[in-house]
Design a protein around this ligand. Structure first.
Ligand SMILES: [Zn+2]
Ligand SMILES: [Zn+2]
Length: 358
């Protein structure tokens, strides 16, 4: 098999030939046809997350050392199954749920693998989808996406499930006449707007610093837009929502993207943080109580969330975001473009044309 690996943090990825794994027990080997590229892959490629204030969290301190096969939006065809693998047969096309827990803790027991303390996430802790083949620990992580476009289906494994889970955290705060803003209209932000629309929400404000991305947000269903780099962006956001901004979902996660919506959330509102760009904030405590504000973190989504977003998409309620299908050979350039926030929508790698070996 062939994989495109990080062999040195931040350096161009290398094509490497590896032995094709043989699935054992409940494992399933998937021949990857499509693999979405996520902004998180940039951080994983660089080898650290920015914590703000000059602090960084290094992957090497968490025991993650190159070579690493990234990629956590895997779609492919079942190529081989272990003796105890159930519910799939060779030839089935499946989306792979990548956010896998230990299977033996309270969180995993409750179906909340995203809260597991020892996750075994595909494309982070175990080899991922930037490869011709992927070994999946259990057939239960394979989701049938029949009827969906392959490239779009791949993006549901991270962009889709992450957006869906973040929206689920914001929904209880939204009343009639309330507005929600989506900050950062990259792949996740655009998909969020599409999902909100599919769930019946109209009062959506898109915030970004790029007019092209705001145009894409309008096309997918945002009612209003705010250029978040303008000096009066906060006043614009307050005005656009008529003082009824009940929820903000931040897909950027920098100090300015927190500071933009937080002061203008209505009382009882919620700020949901998904983005991992990095930064820190200094908050006065009394207003959090006085305004009854919630600050909520949201990291990817559960298997049930993925099944729910796939069903919503199958019902035709999620308009696909703009997707460009590219060759895996371009992966280093794609990651550089993502790092600079260039391009609109999601990039998906086409592994269907890549030979298993060179
Ligand atoms: Zn991701
Ligand atoms: Zn666990």
């Amino acid at each position: 098999m062939l994989s495109y690996d990080v062999t040195e943090y931040g350096k161009p990825l290398q094509a490497r030939l590896r032995e094709k794994p043989v699935p054992q027990g409940r494992q399933v080997l998937v021949r990857i046809t499509h693999a979405g590229v996520c902004h998180s892959d940039v951080h994983l490629w660089k080898g650290y997350f920015d914590l703000g204030g000059g602090k960084k969290a290094y992957l090497k301190d968490r025991g993650l050392a190159p070579p690493l096969t990234l990629g956590h939006e895997p779609l492919g065809v079942v190529a081989a199954v272990g003796a105890d693998a159930q519910s799939v047969t060779v030839g089935d096309k499946r989306l792979v749920y990548p956010w896998i827990g230990c299977g033996a803790c309270w969180a995993c027991d409750a179906g909340l693998s995203t809260l597991c303390a020892t996750q075994k996430n595909i494309g982070i802790t175990i080899p991922g989808a930037f490869a011709t083949h992927l070994l999946v620990p259990d057939a239960k992580y394979l989701v049938d996406v029949s009827g969906l476009d392959d490239s779009f289906a791949a993006t549901l494994a991270c962009a889709g499930v992450t957006s869906y889970a973040a929206i689920a955290k914001a929904r209880p705060y939204l009343r009639e006449e309330d507005w929600i803003c989506v900050i950062g209209c990259g792949g996740l932000g655009l998909l969020s707007i599409s999902i909100l629309k599919g769930l019946g929400y109209q009062k959506i404000i898109a915030c970004d610093i790029d007019d092209q991305k705001l145009d894409a947000a309008l096309a997918l269903g945002a009612a209003r837009t705010v250029r978040s780099d303008q000096a009066d962006a906060q006043a614009q956001l307050d005005k656009a929502s008529g003082g009824r901004l009940a929820a903000a979902i931040d897909y950027v996660g920098m100090t300015p993207t927190f500071s933009l919506p937080y002061p203008v959330l209505r009382k009882g509102g919620v700020y949901v943080l998904c983005g991992l760009h990095g930064g820190d904030v200094n908050l006065s405590l009394p207003p959090i109580a006085q305004r009854s504000i919630s600050v909520v973190g949201s990291f990817v989504g559960t298997l049930d969330d993925l099944i729910a977003i796939v069903e919503l998409a199958k019902a035709g309620k999620v308009a696909p975001l703009p997707i460009s299908l590219r060759s895996p050979e371009d992966l280093s350039d794609i990651l550089s473009d993502l790092e600079q926030s260039r391009g609109v929508g999601r990039t998906v790698l086409d592994f269907s044309r890549v030979a298993d070996s060179v």
